[in-house]
Write a protein that binds this ligand. Sequence first.
Ligand SMILES: [Fe+2]
Ligand SMILES: [Zn+2]
Length: 292
Amino acid sequence: MVGDWGYENYAAQTAVAATMRQYAQEHSIRAQALLMLGDNWYGALDGGVHSPRWQTQFEQMYPSDIFSCPAYAILGNHDYQKFPESKVDAELEYARTANSRWTMPAKWYTFEFPKKNPLITFIALDSNMPYRDGSTSHGRDFTLTQQEQAEQLAWLETELKRSRKTPFLVVMAHHPVYSNGPHGDHPTLIRDWDPLFREHNVHLYLAGHDHDLQHLEFDGHPTSFFLSGGGGADLYTLKIDEEKRGPFAEKVYGFSHLSVTADKLTLRHVDKDGHIIHGLTKTPDGKTGIMS
Ligand SMILES: [Fe+2]
Ligand SMILES: [Zn+2]
């Protein structure tokens, strides 16, 4: 997985993507999914679905000879911009082009992983909530409408209540619910989503948005909060030290690797030099282990 990657100056993205390719090859990983955690496109995406950036910054960075798998994508705040065309529309359209790995059937959707004998139910959400004053556009930036926000929340509750066959349940969205970075904790997501994660024992919440790598745990909370926002955009300085709230938060470029068996989910943060700098494991009954 990689977050906050489609930056206009793509020197750091190039370095992280090269390490991802190398990591996959060195560890003989046949990736069965890419998770693109939002802020897929910063700046203009001239030509929309026909923008050359799809080739240079997606197809060639994460090439299909190494990543021969769907790229499940979610929308970040930078995707929610008009230049003047909506990048959201372009991304939904790119997913509809024939044989595209880019997978985004809707702004929020669910899928099972892997496709054969699935072990994880993924719920992919759109965290672009209306602004605090209730408005849904500021200049070129926009958000979900109030109606979409309510529809998604009702849909999320229905999905969480549905009986599952997979041992693991993972939710992903661009904005973190909790973050040690400058964007901080998200009041709307804490109010609307967090109680549902507790109630339905969501194992893991994946996010980006803060340009760093994090993993936060909270006493008595079934969900591990894992943030991978080091895919290429300029890094942010953390606001809360990992000693205070952790176990892990680091200002570093990188990506993350999720692997799963029927009885264990393993997550690793990998920096842009290919070093595994943090890891955790999780069992179906919610036991969390830290790998250091
Ligand atoms: Fe970002
Ligand atoms: Zn963002």
